[in-house]
Write a protein that binds this ligand. Sequence first.
Ligand SMILES: Cc1cc2nc3c(=O)[nH]c(=O)nc-3n(C[C@H](O)[C@H](O)[C@H](O)COP(=O)(O)OP(=O)(O)OC[C@H]3O[C@@H](n4cnc5c(N)ncnc54)[C@H](O)[C@@H]3O)c2cc1C
Length: 558
Amino acid sequence: MAQPADAARTVIMTVDDDPGVSRAVARDLRRRYGASYRIVRAESGESALEALRELKLRGDLVAVILADYRMPRMNGIEFLERAMDVHPAARRVLLTAYADTGAAIDAINVVDLDHYLLKPWDPPEEKLYPVVDDLLEAWRHSDHRPVPSTKVVGHRWSARSSDVREFLARNQVPYRWYSCDEPEGRRLLAAADEDGMRLPLVVTPDGTPLVDPDPADLAAHVGLATTPAADFYDLVVIGGGPAGLGAAVYGASEGLRTVLVERSATGGQAGQSSRIENYLGFPDGVSGAQLTERARRQATRFGAEILTAREVTGLDVGGAARVVRFSDGSQVAAHSVILATGVSYRRLAAPGCDELGGCGVYYGSSLTEAPACQDQDVYIVGGANSAGQAAMYLSRFAKQVTLLVRGPDLSASMSYYLIEQIGRVPNIAVRCGTVVEEAHGDGHLERLTLRDTDSGRTDVVDAQWLFVFIGAAPLTDWLDGTVLRDGRGFILAGPDLTADGRPPAGWELDRPPYHLETNVPGVFVAGDARAESAKRVASAVGEGAMAVMLVHRYLEQS
Ligand SMILES: Cc1cc2nc3c(=O)[nH]c(=O)nc-3n(C[C@H](O)[C@H](O)[C@H](O)COP(=O)(O)OP(=O)(O)OC[C@H]3O[C@@H](n4cnc5c(N)ncnc54)[C@H](O)[C@@H]3O)c2cc1C
């Protein structure tokens, strides 16, 4: 007999309140179908519904349901009607006594019954199996592929739903998205006993429903590590962008017990780049997500531990130990630390933008939202390479992409090759000397007021999507009192600390800080977070590797 795509997860269910009959039906079913299907048996409509909901959340399929007609509290027809709400594709069979055939015939219309079987069904070879064989055959020919991956049910235009999708996508966790308005979304909500008021609902592959989970909870449930396995390491790397991943790969591959802590998703800014064209060795470009996912696997293969959804909020120095504190109060210690916290997007200050964040206004998350922009008008704010790359990428989906640039032209801020590429794409328009004055919308972005910086004239355009790339700033306030930074928050290291010919205040060693070393011995910085850094993937990776080399030197001498 041909088997369905994922037979082990496909169920044939039987419900009968008479335990003897229930067992007998299950036995007969198991004898013929047990090798290919899971036979699930219940003794009441209520418990059968409960089992159906669990199967739904786990993403298991139900091919056929056989229900007895005469059951107390909920008869077979009532049960099948409710079962249809959860598993509409399952084929439905009513088991009836001869006296109930009238009810069974009526049920053909009520619950769209596929068949009714008269009890007793002996011998099954003649009465039961031919019917079930036919139903399974019909079921197999319809498309009911199982969804064993994580499922997210939410509102398309909700900031929280968008955050959760972004988190999963950036952490390379495969998921299937369902709008709460579509039938399957409603069925999943019902199976989780939710009325849709609290969204998003995340259903993990093992069927656990999580309502509006925080990142750490979500991470833990989808198999991402969130707590360190040890108390003490040779090296803690803070930040999982190219610099941090570079440091983790080199640290772990060179024998350092290494843990990397990332507050959101590994990849950092690079993970959001649709196409990196200037990274050595990739003449045709590479997507940032692909590059950083490989780096993550490489770091893990060398034995680095990677913690996700853990934000570092403090750094203490206790003798030789460097103690890293997390936002929940827990901590981990190490001989050395590499700060690779990069930079975060600047927010657009125009009124309305904060309220509509995640609901039409996005910061750098063009990749996840792009398919939703299909055939619509998209606006992008920014004149640097990140905005240009986003324009190129979104132009593949959107009807029209308009790049809003504050300056008079792109040449001062964008690479020449990208300006050339943009010029060749017919559905990208560039509006220089233009800023966003206000964002309008009720629950989702609907319009933008744009202002011409020369004339001061404003105009209002219809817009559902606004992607903002207006530069970034390091979020390093948590290092106050420990690590020295410049006026904009970028971390000072090496020669920048000794510019006046003297070591930094409090420096007690008889050598100056190493090249990437901060004013705290054993604490290094790599990548965009460093003052005067190059702001490039290659240099971030290079600095990560170099910082590890300096960690070795520090450890040898301490
Ligand atoms: C859209 C876009 C396109 C780009 N395209 C290119 C390109 O084509 N070529 C190129 O060379 N460069 C490009 N860049 C720049 C490049 O991505 C960055 O220079 C590079 O990612 C910097 O790496 P990083 O590791 O220093 O910092 P980031 O990539 O910023 O990573 C820092 C990481 O640290 C984490 N973090 C921050 N604070 C904490 C904390 N307290 N606790 C835990 N974790 C924390 C963040 O969540 C983040 O994941 C692009 C940038 C963007 C945004």
